[in-house]
Write a protein that binds this ligand. Structure first.
Ligand code: LRH
Ligand code: MN
Length: 427
């Protein structure tokens, strides 16, 4: 649908300015003791998986306003993800959600993905909705339900997701459940957690050797009084109870406003149980806004903890970086491109912290200069580094400019007849 060399064509137009800006920043960073090319190489290795459920326009419980060229099925979603990877060079995996993306033929889906240069990150189970024809309802929970038959149904669904994920070449399952209560007294707080552990243990037992089970905590919604896996403490306790293949996934939007998420990240790293992220941004609740669109300093501070762990040799291996957003008013492809760029930016900034100097300032309790040394990295405009990293991966220097130049959305609008769907709901 799109000219083969549209990226090269667009890069040619901005190559001279890019080279000029890169050299200038390189000289400034050399004065600060950093080798810009080495930083760019580190950023070029960064990968983040795309959420299949966010490639189409998202919505709220009030309404969803589909845009032109909405993906009709998981194959269209693969095409859109391949376009994002072509432009960013950093999104070669897609995280599927079952049954929203359950393929008729997993082999064909896997073949199509690899043809597009894509693979499959963690798969997601769904026991927070009732599917047509489902025998037992999840209205009052799933893995924690008081009825053993409902728990068994939810466990069986997770095992199906693992088998499907195996067929697609994935090696992790993300288990997020909405189980909880809307009234004090409605649910036995301790027993609900015990039922969760027993159910999760059956899922854990079914994990193939090299698989990881990612436990995703969330403070509230759909339950509005208590959620069984409500916070990082509950998630960590569950992971430690289950075994070494169970790790904690941090969705940035799943915390109360102003919670110190970078501290939670540091604690999970200390426990050796940080498994990955669902990156997004928020101001109030689980707003699922574009990454770094509200609070870029918070994202930087999270990457600062990740890079500091590398520096002191405490990093948790094989982190699953994923985006999890809902694009209600933008072109989802553009939002996923800009969010990927913001992650590359936060990583590049975190690599510009002089950690030996910072440690000396911290040990000397020089609070102001310690804070300044972080700020100095954060306020550095690393755009030339992030562009260079994409150039190293054969991607676009200016992905959003190249995307608009490509006419991809118009081509999708022509190829994909609009379908209704103004109702509520995130997908
Ligand atoms: C829950 C959540 C979870 C997904 C869903 C789409 O709020 O973050 O990760 O299953 O969004
Ligand atoms: Mn999430």
């Amino acid at each position: 649908m799109i000219a083969k060399d549209f990226v090269a064509e667009h890069n040619a137009a901005c190559a001279v300015d890019h080279a000029h800006d890169y050299d200038a920043l390189g000289r400034q960073l050399a004065r600060r003791g950093f080798d810009i090319e080495r930083i760019a190489e580190r950023v070029a290795c960064f990968r983040v998986a795309l959420p299949s459920w966010a490639v189409g326009t998202g919505g709220t419980r009030f309404a969803r306003f589909p845009g032109p060229g909405e993906p009709r099925d998981v194959f269209d979603k693969l095409d859109d993800c391949a376009m994002i990877h072509r432009l960013t060079g950093a999104t070669n995996e897609i995280s599927l959600h079952f049954p929203w993306d359950t393929p008729d033929d997993p082999v064909a889906l896997r073949a199509r993905a690899s043809h597009l240069g894509l693979g499959f990150s963690a798969v997601n189970s769904n026991t927070f909705q009732d599917q047509p024809g489902q025998k037992l309802s999840y209205k009052f929970g799933s893995l924690c339900h008081t009825d053993a038959a409902v728990r068994a149904q939810a466990i069986a669904h997770n095992l199906d997701c693992i088998r499907l994920g195996e067929a697609l070449g994935s090696n992790a399952i993300t288990v997020w459940i909405g189980d909880g209560a809307n009234f004090p007294g409605q649910q036995h707080t301790a027993r609900a957690f015990e039922r969760y552990l027993a159910s999760a243990a059956e899922i854990y037992a079914a994990l193939p050797g090299d698989w990881t089970m990612l436990i995703e905590h969330k403070m509230y919604e759909p339950a509005f009084y208590a959620t069984v896996i409500q916070d990082w403490g509950s998630s960590l306790m569950a992971a430690q109870a289950l075994g070494p293949k169970a790790r904690c996934l941090v969705d940035l939007g799943h915390h109360a406003p102003n919670v110190n998420i970078e501290m939670i990240v540091a604690r999970l790293i200390h426990a050796g149980r940080l498994g990955g992220f669902h990156f997004n941004d928020s101001r109030y609740g689980d707003d699922d806004l574009d990454t770094a669109s509200i609070n870029p300093y918070r994202l930087f501070l999270i990457f600062n903890e990740l890079i500091d762990a590398d520096w002191r040799g405490a990093a948790n291996p094989g982190l699953a970086h994923m985006l999890d957003q809902s694009h209600n008013v933008t072109d989802p492809v553009e939002s996923l491109i800009s969010s990927t760029i913001e992650l590359q930016r936060a990583l590049a900034q975190a690599l510009l912290v002089d950690r030996d100097a910072l440690a000396a300032l911290q040990n000397g309790n020089d609070a102001l200069m310690a804070s300044q040394s972080l700020k100095a990295a954060f306020v550095t405009d690393v755009s030339p580094i992030v562009a260079r990293a994409r150039e190293m991966n054969g991607a676009a220097l200016d992905p959003l400019g190249a995307y608009r130049h490509s006419g991809y959305r118009a081509a999708c609008a022509a190829a994909r007849p609009a379908k209704g769907g103004g109702g509520g709901g995130i997908v």
